[in-house]
Write a protein that binds this ligand. Structure first.
Ligand code: 5AD
Ligand code: SF4
Length: 446
């Protein structure tokens, strides 16, 4: 592929859903850079619009169709405009998208991004292009390597994709396929490359990232071993990972939270429900008590760890008591942050196919409201308790006020300081002096 940019075409990417899509969008933009595209921030300017979609809940999928509807006028005004759909909706409903929205030129599933330049060229010839295969190869290997320009100090790095857990509500095993881990050497070289470009914090991503088992010389490595190797990379100061399943929290990973200083004290560990009956129906393969015991072990290794989670309310058959069990679990754990969702039946998943009695939508809404109120209260308490404490902050960008800089604490709080000599990429000790609606204020102490 030629590196010379004969013409500059403009690419607009809109990303929905999880951090893995954010990472994929970056890599797709880099891949299309080789075909002469540079990124722009509005669809009106674009020669190509790419929607990187999410299929996890019905609302997320429907957004794609309404967004596409909005592009009709743009396409009429500029017939050469290419419109592509990538991501999990593309994977699940590729042909349906082409049928429902004939203006879509190309559809590409999450495992075929390395073929984007070819698909784009095909679309340029007026041929509709669809690729939703699950090839054996590592798509990231075939993507153009990351250009050497400096970049923001915190980056994502996908190390694992897909999932073999088959939770009864979840489309991921169908849209992203079986669990696949990238080999250790590739992850390490991508990390070194990021660090050379100014990155100081890496969040390792995977749908089930703690099931990571990457090929290495002499066998496979689990996530803890990968983290320990990354901790040896000079210049890389902070490591995080998300998202994890409780059953894959192995002993060495728990231990790493205690003895690996670069592994940040923040863990996203979804449990989904506090009711054993519902956990069983969800096929989570553990009880509430197992989760609580696990949290106890993680806290023993790293007492100041901040926890976050995901919850689903209104799963089919969820009784008032089941929901109260979830509330009790949340009270017992005490979360720094958590996401909660109303159950959304997804076509093809066991829970949707079984057709069990749905919880009355009003009851589900009321439960969601109560759970979110409890989580917000915990989040608030956790944030407010930071006042007076010292944290380390990685500064990421200037703030909105003159002389202000904003960064992230080790516990993922946004922290701003004003009037201090700090640069993007600096990691400094900060004493927290105030707690606002969405961020903390602090002063540099070291
Ligand atoms: N309905 C509601 N929430 C869901 N999630 C996954 N599938 C569904 C669904 N069908 C939530 C889970 C998961 C998070 C990423 O999205 O809580 O952890
Ligand atoms: Fe979906 Fe996560 Fe369950 Fe895998 S572990 S099926 S990604 S909810």
């Amino acid at each position: 592929m030629s590196e010379t940019k004969t013409d500059t075409k403009k690419l607009y990417i809109k990303t929905y859903g999880c951090q893995m899509n954010v990472y994929d969008s970056e890599r797709m933009a880099e891949a299309l850079g080789g075909s002469g595209y540079t990124e722009v921030s509005s669809p009106e300017e674009a020669d190509m619009i790419l929607l990187n979609t999410c299929h996890i809940r019905e609302k997320a999928a429907e957004k794609v169709y309404s967004e596409l509807g909005r592009y009709k006028d743009l396409k009429d005004a500029k017939p050469g405009l290419k419109i592509g759909v990538a991501g999990c909706v593309a994977q699940a409903e590729g042909e349906e998208i082409m049928r429902r929205q004939p203006m879509v030129d190309l559809v590409v599933g999450p495992q075929s991004y390395h073929k984007l330049p070819q698909l784009e060229a095909k679309a340029g010839l007026g041929v509709k292009a669809l690729d939703t295969d699950f090839p054996e190869e590592d798509k990231f290997e075939h993507l153009k390597s990351r250009p050497k320009a400096r970049r923001a100090p915190a980056a994502f790095l996908t190390v694992q994709e897909g999932c073999d857990k088959f939770c009864a509500f979840c489309v991921v095993p169908y849209t992203r396929g079986a669990e696949v881990s990238r080999p250790v050497t590739r992850v390490l070289s991508e990390a070194r490359d990021l660090v050379e470009r100014g990155v100081r914090e890496i969040t390792l991503l995977g749908q089930n990232v703690n099931a990571y088992h990457g090929a290495a010389e002499g066998g496979t490595w689990g996530l803890a071993r990968l983290i320990r190797a990354l901790a040896e990379v000079e210049g890389l100061e902070r490591i995080r990972f998300t998202t994890s399943h409780p059953n894959d929290m192995e002993d060495d990973l728990i231990a790493a939270h205690g003895d690996c200083g670069k592994l940040m004290p923040y863990l996203h560990l979804p449990v989904q429900s506090g009711s054993d009956r519902i956990l069983k129906a969800m096929n989570r393969k553990h009880r509430a008590e197992d989760y609580l015991r696990l949290i106890g072990r993680i806290r023993a290794a790293r007492p100041d760890i901040a926890l976050s989670g995901d919850f689903i309310v209104g799963f089919p058959g969820e009784s008032d008591q089941d929901f109260e069990d979830t509330m009790a679990l949340v009270r017992e754990v005490g979360y720094a942050s958590a996401f909660s969702f109303k159950y959304s039946p997804r076509p093809g998943t066991p829970a949707a196919e079984k057709g069990d009695r749905m919880v009355d939508p009003e009851v589900a809404s009321e439960r969601l409201h109560r759970l979110q109120a409890l989580i917000t209260e915990q989040q608030r308490a956790f944030q407010d308790a930071m006042v007076g404490r010292e944290v380390s902050v990685l500064f990421e960008k200037p703030g909105r006020m003159p002389g202000q800089m904003v960064g992230k604490s080790d516990y993922l709080h946004a922290v701003h300081v004003t009037g201090a000599e700090v640069a993007v990429g600096d990691i400094r000790r900060v004493r927290i002096i105030g707690s606002g609606p969405n961020s903390l204020g602090g002063e540099i102490v070291g």
